[in-house]
Write a protein that binds this ligand. Structure first.
Ligand code: ADP
Ligand code: MG
Length: 241
């Protein structure tokens, strides 16, 4: 059964790699307007869950629904066409292309895109991310944090309804981290739905409206951050590391 009101709904999802059950009977319904923090220790299944919810992996059991319509088994580009975008834990930039070109590539893959409109959107996106002055630089020459911002920009070129960000704060300088948090909040205020993965609670508690905790492939807790934070099973999962 699906939750018809959810934008993206993973129903009793399961994914196994050899002897490891990376995601085990996980239920996650993301409602329009949510800003979810998805946390859990390394190896707890966060990335695998994102892969399942964005069409990058097919579940062994369970289903994925987009606005109530069955979507598991569809390719990732079909998810993207339905407004589902994601960033990768390890950025997937074209290092030898310029910052601007890195945005043109995903922009031009959209149906009915024109060079003029895509270029305009790319420049607007770079301004939003404070990267406009770097548009002619090769992506490989950006700092780690700037690369994370550009990766976010690539996802924004798809004009997504929902964005999954996989560890956007990892390896980002604290100054740029604040910048990234601000942009995430602005995207949320402008009506986008976000699921932000992090492996520690610090940055995520500053922004999440709802906190989902994974441990060993299972969903341990799901609710308002203050409530989840006080949850003994969550504290135990973290202290047991
Ligand atoms: P997280 O993002 O929370 O760190 P992952 O989803 O990356 O966790 O990994 C969950 C578990 O699944 C880990 O034990 C990891 O080693 C395993 N895993 C993930 N992807 C693969 C894969 N492609 N092949 C084999 N094992 C994998
Ligand atoms: Mg991960």
């Amino acid at each position: 059964m699906t939750d018809g009101a959810a934008l993206v709904h993973g129903a009793t999802l399961r994914k196994r790699f050899g002897g490891i059950v990376a995601v085990d009977a996980v239920e996650l319904a993301v409602a329009e307007g949510d800003l979810i923090g998805l946390i859990g220790p390394n190896g707890s299944g966060k990335t695998t869950l994102i892969n399942l919810l964005t069409g990058h992996l097919t579940p062994d059991a369970g289903e994925v629904y987009l606005r109530g319509r069955r979507a598991d088994g569809l390719p990732a580009h079909a998810f993207a066409a339905h407004g589902v975008a994601r960033t990768f834990q390890l950025t997937q930039l074209f290092g030898r292309m310029t910052v601007l070109e890195n945005l043109l590539v995903p922009g031009l893959t959209r149906p009915r895109s024109t060079w003029g409109a895509v270029t305009k959107r790319a420049r607007t996106t770079l301004e939003f991310l404070n990267l406009a002055h770097l548009e002619h630089l090769s992506a490989k020459n950006l700092s780690g944090g700037q690369q994370k911002l550009l990766e976010l920009g690539r996802a924004l070129m798809l004009d997504p309804v929902i964005l999954f960000l996989d560890e956007p704060f990892a390896g980002v300088h604290p100054l740029l981290r604040g910048e990234l948090i601000k942009r995430i909040q602005q995207l949320h205020q402008s009506g986008r739905t976000l699921v932000v993965v992090d492996h520690d609670m610090e940055s995520i508690l500053r922004i999440a409206r709802r906190l989902v905790v994974m441990a060993r492939g299972r969903k341990l807790a799901d609710g308002p951050p203050a409530q989840v934070r006080a949850d003994q099973t969550v504290l135990a999962a973290y202290s047991g590391l």
